[in-house]
Design a protein around this ligand. Sequence first.
Ligand code: ZN
Length: 297
Amino acid sequence: MKKISVFVLLFLFAASAGAIELPESNSVPGGVVVVPLYLDGQAMPRAEFQNRQVMVIRDGSRWLAIAGIPLKLKPGEYKLTTIADGKKNNYPIKIVDKKYPVQRLTIKNKRKVYPNKNDLKRITAEREKIGKAFVVWSYNPEPPLKFDLPTQGRFSSQFGLQRFYNDSPRPRRHSALDIAAPTGTPVYAPAAGTVINIGDYYFTGNTIFLDHGQGLITQYIHLSKVDVPMGMRVERGQKIGEVGATGRVTGPHLHWGVILNQTMIDPMPFIRADSLERNQAYLDSISNNADQKVGGS
Ligand SMILES: [Zn+2]
């Protein structure tokens, strides 16, 4: 019992100390964990979780590992491993269960649920190109750990939903946050990054991937317009494209994904509180206007 409380305290300390704004640590499938490392070397240690390199940052006098937990990981005891000065160290990570709701969707374009032979050929080729974006690793000692919302609107589908398309018996997990907005609504870079992948893909339509460094990558899907070329460096708040309804959709929205150590994770712990407040004020203002319109006509 005592051991557990010390462990919890360390996590709380990790989330509150230092000048760096950290994502909220939550060791659930789809969550992110912040692990203080007991290594005092000046050289950045290598950290791994599930055989994948994990983000490491310097926070004052200590190193922190920041790892994304895959949605498919079963609750239980796992370990994060560090390799520094030729020595391995293990840090226990206890993953606890999280239940995500079920969502049923009807897609009018049946081929987007049951692709034909030619579609499957295209999907396979695209999967390889999209997969390359997931494994990008660029060194950045100060990666952004808080994001602005890339667009304003209602959160129409949360991360983690178990989705059934047209009553297909096998659910697919919704591994991003959907923000509903009219086609043409601007999409802004939520933090500085580099455009590492652009495409018009079968399922995701017009797509952009931004690399923020240390294995932190964001994706922007179903866009009507892409404003940035491959390889471009973008600043926080720069317009990168417009909301659309391309690919497999029920209507216009931005499907915004956050990838850490090649793992799709919940974007919510990364969103700045003031950005959420501004979005809520915007939603309140449009619902007030709608009420006024209804009342006046
Ligand atoms: Zn989505």
